[in-house]
Structures are given as structure tokens and as C-alpha cells.
Design a protein around this ligand. Structure first.
Ligand code: SF4
Length: 598
């Protein structure tokens, strides 16, 4: 997201006909950024970092699309304009990237690299043309980098001796910029409203004065002593004490009150604690012999009709064409849990954007692990000789290294995020191979992995729906004179959650859905395969063929009802709602509680 924010910042100028990486004539920076963002969000950060783009060659803008070997396997092609932008962005940050991977460059090298990157991005002239931008550049002292500059000699010497790694340079830049304040020049016309502290308000010719915070907590309250010096020491050193500060505030207040028409405002309460007006108002009125008038409350009373919010009840009665023609295990699960969620995700096609943040979470690790297993089995199936357990473990680890490289997780910037997972890879490889060999001794062998499967389900004369899914793995064996298929779904989450799922087989959509997608001529069974370094556990669905038939019957019924215009109420409960992306849309948190009718 930081990279995308930078591309959208408005400071960049992707030159059309100058520079070493010019913009193609029909591509705008905004459009290319949008396309790059869509691609990255579709594939996640893991996909984005996996782009194996070689160092750009000056003057070479490349082909329209990224060559297929640069795109990690399993990813869609990147649109041409996004690919151009990605290459241009790589070219822009290359001076900094080179320094990031070298050994503690000097501050001078970093500043020269930053200057070069800003120049490549076209941001340098834009910043120099802006007063605040110019100040930012001055505070970074680009102009003093040249040792031949008379004023720059000392700074150039110091900056060439100071050595920093990448994170330290980032801290240095943010400290320097934080310490720099840009104050725009004051407008020539005097301001209509001036907000100023009490001490600075006195003896100034204001037309009218509003003094907010005239309550017992703010005006005339004794300040607390801060710092390590006590009151006695402060008095001895002739420094301000809470008493002298309070006396100075009183002087400023009385001087301000000599102006005509001062309006003092105070709050009636701070949170649940009631507040009184400051005692100084009374004290000043007594001393000055003047009354303080109580102004009427200036707020207007507005009556608002109650607008109860009820759970939504959309229906496709008027828009049968919007009923999706395809259903996946996830979308059908949504329909079973909460029809409104299905409406939001599958009918309206709404999706929440995942944050693209640095780091690697468990779901990224899951995607990575799927790819490792696919590659491991692909290579294993190509072997002519039967491998030993130790060879299998080594082949698994080799596949892991290969995918690490392919997804860019072995780069300097990404390696630290993978370290927590890296520590368990050996044990995971051994646990997986141990399970695999025991599994194969039962006659099973891998038939296919990551297979995209689909099947038409005819419902009535003019209604059908297509079941669509990607099955992690299908194993097969010959048993008791027939062929059996086993559908396996890899899981890395909670083992307890999986146990609960298989304990209620008719409630579990996923395995039943994949079984329904399998080749109907074979006996099929289905299991979750829980992948953990401690142990790899297979959790079998007790009767998946019956569940698959029940799912198909239920799906046909549900689709007929939706097609007949049945409402899709928001019925979600518990954890379904806790992690629901449509929660803001169904407005569950704002529903008006309806009283039970008597
Ligand atoms: S928050 Fe709950 S009720 Fe609302 S759409 Fe999501 S699952 Fe349904």
C-alpha cells in the first residue's frame, strides 16, 4: 500500500518523451496505477513481491506485457500498462535498492541515491517548484553534497564518514523532516479570526473576544509540577513555578477582561463529571464591580423523526438475470450461513480490498505451502526410481527453496518476514513425508493437484447452475475391484476447528462440494489434511457421498427459491458476522431492536 500511495501521491512525473524510461504514449500514470493495484490486490503481496523483474536497462521500455517467466506461476498476466509502470517504478528506486543491499553505505551515498531516485521519478523539479518541497530538499542538504561547495565542505566530510544501513537512513530522513516546519507566508489581509493563547491575546485590538474553556478545570486551575526540579529549587533559580504561572495567567485574564464584549464559554460536564464555571469569573466580577451576564443557550432545538433501521430483505424478483450462473464452495457456504452475505458478495460482486502490507501472515504461508506441495509432487511423479524417505524430505525442502525464490521471499527485504516459518520447515517436511509414505502404503497415489473442476447442475427446464472449484489434490487407488478417489483439502489453520467441521458432516460445505465436483463414476471419499510441523493429520469426512448428494439437492432447492424471487435476509450469527465483509452494508450494528408483539 505504501508503494501504491507513493505512485498516487501526485509528486511523480512519468515523462512522455524524455527520461530513460518514458511513458508509453497511450498510458496515464493514474490508469496504470489502478491496473497495478487491481493486479496486486488480486494476487496479494506474495504475488506482487514474486515478480522476478530483472534490473531495468536504461532506455529500454520493454515489450507491452511482462514475459511469462517473470510472473510467478499461478498468477494471471499483468496488464501492459501496469507492467510498464512496475518496470518504471523498479527503475526509479534502483539507486536506493543498490544501496539497501550493500554494506553500510555512507550518508553521502544514501543522499546521492535518494537524489537520483527523486530525479528519475520526475519529483525533483516538482518539489523545487513548491515552497514546502524546496524546504524539504534543503533540510536534506542535497545542495551541500558537493565537497567543492564552500559551504558544503564540512557537511560533505561528515556525511561521507557517517555510515548507515537502510532502516537507519529511513529513521534519519524522518527525523530531519519531522524537525522541519513549513510555515506558509501570512496572508496580506488581516485574518478575520485569530486563535491564540491567553497570554498572547492581551493588549491586542480585537473587535470581539471569545474565551473558551472558562471552567474550573482550565481557567485558574493550579498546574502540576513537571520535571525533576522542585518548587524550592525553581524559586531559588528564579524559574517559573505553578504559583507564578497562575499569577501570570490571572494578570493576562484581567487585562483581557478590560476589553468590551468578552464572551466566556464553559462546559457543563467533562465526560460524566459535572463542571462548574471557573471561580475566577466570580472573583473578577467582585474585584471589577461588574456583573457577568448569563447568555441564553444559542443552540437550536431540532426535532428529528426516528428512523428505525431494519434488517435488509433484498430479492431478485425484478432482476432474475442477476442470479449468478456459477457457484463455488465459498459462495454457497455464504448462502447457507447468511443469504444477505451471498447477495452482497455474489450477486452485487462486492469485495473488500485486502491491505497490501509488508509481512507474511498465515494465509500467505498457506498459499506458499500449496505451491510447494504442487511442485514437490510434480517432480516426484517424474522420477523413475522409488525414492527413500530421506530423499523425499530433501526433495520437499528443495521445492520449498525453489518456491521461496520464485515468490521473492528469499530477498533481503522479505527474508525477515519468512524467518518464523523457515524455522519449522525441516520438521514440516519430515512430518509431511512421514504421512505421505504411510498414506501411499494404503495403495493411494496422487492423481492430480490444484485441479480446476466444474459441473452443470440442471434444476428445471430453464434453470441450471454451474458448480466451480479448484481442488487441492485428488488421490486414487484400486480397491476391492473398483477405483476409488480421495479428495484432499490442505489446511494450515486450527485443528480443533477442522475436527468440529467433520463432526457435523452435513454442515460442512467444502468437502461435500468438492466431492460433488469429482468424477461421478468412481467411489469418492474426502478428507482435510492438516499441515503442521508437529504432525500432519488427515481428518476424514465420514460419508461424503451422502453429504454431496444432500448438498446438490439443497443447492437445487435454494436456486429455485432465489429464482422464484425469495428474499435473501441477513440471518448471520456469531463468528459468521464477526469476520463478515458485508457487515457495514447489512448494518447489523444499527438494527432497531423490534419489541416482541404480544
Ligand atoms: S454481518 Fe452477519 S447478518 Fe450481516 S451480512 Fe454479514 S453474516 Fe449476514
Amino acid at each position: 500500500d505504501d508503494l501504491l500511495d507513493w505512485l498516487k501521491s501526485g509528486w511523480l512525473a512519468w515523462a512522455l518523451d524524455e527520461g530513460e524510461q518514458p511513458r508509453p504514449p497511450d498510458v496515464s500514470l493514474l490508469r496504470a496505477t489502478d491496473e497495478l493495484e487491481s493486479w496486486c490486490r488480486r494476487h496479494g503481496l506474495l504475488g506482487a513481491w514474486g515478480l522476478q523483474i530483472p534490473a531495468p536497462v536504461p532506455g529500454d521500455i520493454g515489450d507491452d506485457a511482462l514475459p511469462a517467466e517473470w510472473i510467478p506461476s499461478g498468477r494471471q498476466a499483468m496488464p501492459a500498462s501496469a507492467a510498464h509502470l512496475w518496470r518504471w517504478a523498479s527503475y526509479v528506486v534502483q539507486p536506493l535498492q543498490d544501496l539497501w543491499s550493500s554494506k553500510r553505505p555512507s550518508l553521502q551515498d544514501w543522499l546521492a541515491g535518494l537524489q537520483a531516485a527523486l530525479a528519475r521519478a520526475g519529483a525533483l523539479p516538482v518539489l523545487m517548484a513548491d515552497e514546502a518541497g524546496e524546504l524539504a530538499l534543503q533540510s536534506l542538504r542535497f545542495d551541500l553534497l558537493d565537497a567543492n561547495e564552500p559551504a558544503g565542505g564540512l557537511w560533505a566530510g561528515l556525511s561521507s564518514m557517517t555510515r548507515l544501513d537502510g532502516p537507519a537512513f529511513l529513521r534519519w530522513v524522518s527525523t530531519v523532516l519531522e524537525a522541519t516546519t513549513f510555515r506558509p507566508p501570512a496572508p496580506e489581509q488581516p485574518a478575520d479570526v485569530v486563535i491564540t493563547p491567553l497570554a498572547r491575546a492581551v493588549l491586542r485590538p480585537f473587535q470581539a473576544i471569545v474565551l473558551p474553556g472558562a471552567d474550573e478545570r482550565q481557567l485558574g486551575a493550579m498546574g502540576s509540577q513537571s520535571g525533576w526540579m522542585g518548587t524550592r529549587l525553581r524559586e531559588a533559580l528564579d524559574l517559573a513555578t505553578p504559583m507564578t504561572q497562575r499569577a501570570a495567567q490571572w494578570d493576562a485574564f484581567t487585562l483581557l477582561m478590560t476589553r468590551p464584549g468578552v464572551i466566556c464559554l464553559y462546559r457543563l460536564a467533562q465526560g460524566s463529571e459535572p463542571l462548574e464555571p471557573s471561580a475566577w469569573l466570580e472573583r473578577w466580577a467582585t474585584q471589577a464591580g461588574q456583573g457577568i451576564g448569563q447568555a441564553a443557550d444559542a443552540r437550536l432545538t431540532v426535532s428529528i423523526e426516528p428512523c428505525p433501521v431494519y434488517p435488509p430483505l433484498p430479492s431478485l424478483k425484478e432482476a432474475l438475470w442477476a442470479l449468478p450462473g456459477q457457484v463455488t464452495a465459498t459462495s454457497y457456504e455464504a448462502l447457507r450461513q447468511c443469504p444477505y452475505r451471498f447477495f452482497a458478495n455474489s450477486v452485487l460482486g462486492l469485495r473488500e480490498h485486502d491491505e497490501l502490507e509488508e509481512g507474511l501472515d498465515r494465509s500467505d504461508f498457506g498459499i506458499w505451502l500449496h505451491e510447494v506441495l504442487r511442485r514437490f509432487h510434480e517432480q516426484r511423479q517424474g522420477q523413475l526410481a522409488i525414492s527413500s524417505e530421506a530423499e523425499d524430505v530433501q526433495a520437499w525442502l528443495d521445492a520449498a527453496q525453489h518456491v521461496l525464490h520464485e515468490t521473492g521471499l528469499d530477498r533481503d527485504s522479505q527474508r525477515p518476514f519468512f524467518l518464523p516459518f523457515q524455522a519449522d520447515l525441516d520438521r514440516l517436511a519430515r512430518a509431511y513425508v512421514k504421512w505421505l509414505r504411510a498414506h501411499e502404503s494404503g495403495g493411494w497415489s496422487l492423481q492430480d493437484s490444484e485441479r480446476v473442476a466444474q459441473r452443470d447442475l440442471p434444476i428445471s427446464e430453464n434453470l441450471s447452475v454451474k458448480l466451480y472449484g479448484q481442488i487441492d489434490r485428488i488421490d486414487a487407488r484400486h480397491h476391492e475391484g473398483g477405483k476409488q478417489h480421495l479428495v484432499l483439502d490442505y489446511k494450515t489453520g486450527s485443528l480443533e476447528g477442522l475436527k468440529r467441521k467433520v463432526a457435523q458432516p452435513l454442515e460442512d460445505t467444502q468437502l461435500a462440494f468438492y466431492a460433488a465436483l469429482s468424477d461421478p463414476q468412481w467411489v469418492v471419499s474426502a478428507s482435510y489434511l492438516h499441515l503442521d510441523a508437529q504432525d500432519v493429520k488427515q481428518l476424514d469426512h465420514p460419508d461424503v457421498q451422502r453429504s454431496a448428494q444432500a448438498l446438490l439437492d439443497g443447492l437445487a432447492r435454494d436456486w429455485s427459491r432465489l429464482h422464484a424471487g425469495a428474499a435473501m435476509p441477513a440471518l448471520g450469527e456469531g463468528s459468521a458476522c464477526t469476520y463478515c465483509q458485508a457487515r457495514g452494508l447489512c448494518r447489523k450494528d444499527h438494527w432497531t431492536v423490534q419489541e416482541a408483539s404480544t
